[in-house]
Write a protein that binds this ligand. Structure first.
Ligand code: ADP
Ligand code: MG
Length: 367
């Protein structure tokens, strides 16, 4: 089932009646989520991810714009009639019910031609439980389960009605690091197995990058970029997207373009064509700089952290926006940690320029 968002906008009136400050939570969001894909909605807290998800679910009505499931306009349809499965950060299970009763619960409200017999409900609940691998815990109460198991029950409960669309709002946030990783792989497996079109909301870029077919990066209610995770990482549309994706984060420095050369301070670090003289932000991914005796970009060396396979060269530069410049290199490469400075060579495909005023990416060719 494809899901189409058409100029979706949500404006909340200000809480204080006297003030005119409305909140534009989501602004003119248009996107067609392809059938059977997992879309990661990604952005910092408050950027409008949950509001978007709630509009898709019907829990909130858009101020303007339309939502289609397939060819059906569902904008005015109630949540119950949309055929969606919802999973929230807090599992919201009924504490007095067993796992089985929790999973079966949504089926008990089915009426008319959809009404199921007790046996059918039990069978459906068992199938959903098996899918998330909790079929052996059916008689337990939620309090007798780990956080990860509880979240699986919540997912099974969302799947039991065989939804057309699965909506997950930060479903892993309450889990510890190991469970988060495991449950995220589990969600991906279940999504692939069932082929349900899924929207997965998270503020965690690594989570979104690893689980999604497509990511949508949002900032203050406005979509910044949509694409395959790797394409967005390799080709960020603006400084915000470049900074939001990647750990450790991209190194950003003030620089300028002058006569076809990019300068950081008084060092010419790259020859480019197609850019006029201007002030810029220079972005260099940590894997895009490598110490070399004849390197073009010299920084003050702070220290070298060897972490098994990789090493992290930590240095500083007066033009940098962050306290340190980080290079991630293979730990096979030896760097003299006692030296005062380090010289780097820069990989052109890991090197980006951004307009200093608009923060939009500037395209150029390397000479
Ligand atoms: P996210 O899920 O990305 O953290 P939300 O969608 O929850 O962000 O919120 C987006 C913006 O809308 C925030 O500024 C938030 O304060 C505001 N907001 C969300 N819900 C309401 C509401 N019911 N009333 C007023 N403002 C709201
Ligand atoms: Mg939220």
């Amino acid at each position: 089932m494809k899901v189409v968002l058409e100029n979706l906008t949500k404006i909340f009136p200000s809480r204080d009646k006297k003030s005119q400050n409305q909140v534009v939570a989501v602004s003119d969001f248009s996107f067609e989520i392809p059938d059977g894909q997992l879309v990661g909605l990604l952005g910092p807290s408050g950027c409008g991810k949950s509001t978007t998800l709630y509009m898709i679910s019907g829990l909130q009505k858009p101020t303007s714009g339309k939502i289609y499931f397939g060819d059906d306009d569902v904008t005015e349809l109630s949540t119950e009639n949309r055929g969606i499965g919802l999973v929230f950060q807090n599992y919201a299970l009924y504490p007095h019910m067993t796992v089985q009763q929790n999973i079966m619960f949504p089926l008990q409200n089915l009426k008319g031609k959809d009404k199921l017999s007790k046996q059918q409900m039990l069978d459906r609940a068992y199938e959903a439980a098996k899918l998330v691998q909790i079929d052996e815990l059916m008689d337990r109460k939620p309090s007798e389960l780990s956080g990860g198991q509880q979240q699986r029950v919540a997912i099974a409960r969302a799947l039991v009605k065989m939804p057309r669309v699965l909506l997950l709002d930060e479903p892993l946030s309450n889990l510890d690091a190991r469970l988060r990783l495991q449950t995220r792989e589990e969600i991906r497996r279940i999504q692939k197995e069932t082929g349900i079109t899924t929207v997965f909301v998270t503020h965690d870029q690594e989570e979104a990058m690893s689980i999604s077919d497509i990511i949508v990066v949002m900032k203050q209610g406005v979509v910044q970029q949509i694409g395959k995770p790797q394409s967005v990482y390799d080709d960020p549309a603006n400084l915000f997207v470049a900074k939001f994706l990647g750990t450790p984060p991209i190194n950003v420095l003030e620089g300028k373009v002058l006569g076809g050369k990019v300068y950081i301070g008084d060092q010419a670090v790259m020859s480019v064509s197609g850019v006029e003289d201007m002030d810029v932000y220079v972005g260099i991914r940590p894997e895009g700089i490598e110490p070399a005796p004849d390197g073009v970009f010299e920084c003050k060396l702070s220290n070298v952290e060897v972490m098994g396979r990789d090493a992290s060269v930590v240095s500083t530069h007066a033009a940098a926006l962050s306290p340190v410049i980080r290079a991630i290199i293979s730990s096979d490469i030896r760097v003299d940690a006692a030296a005062e400075t380090v010289k780097y060579n820069i990989k052109p495909h890991k090197f980006f320029l951004f307009n200093k005023e608009t923060e939009e990416r500037i395209c150029f060719e390397v000479k």
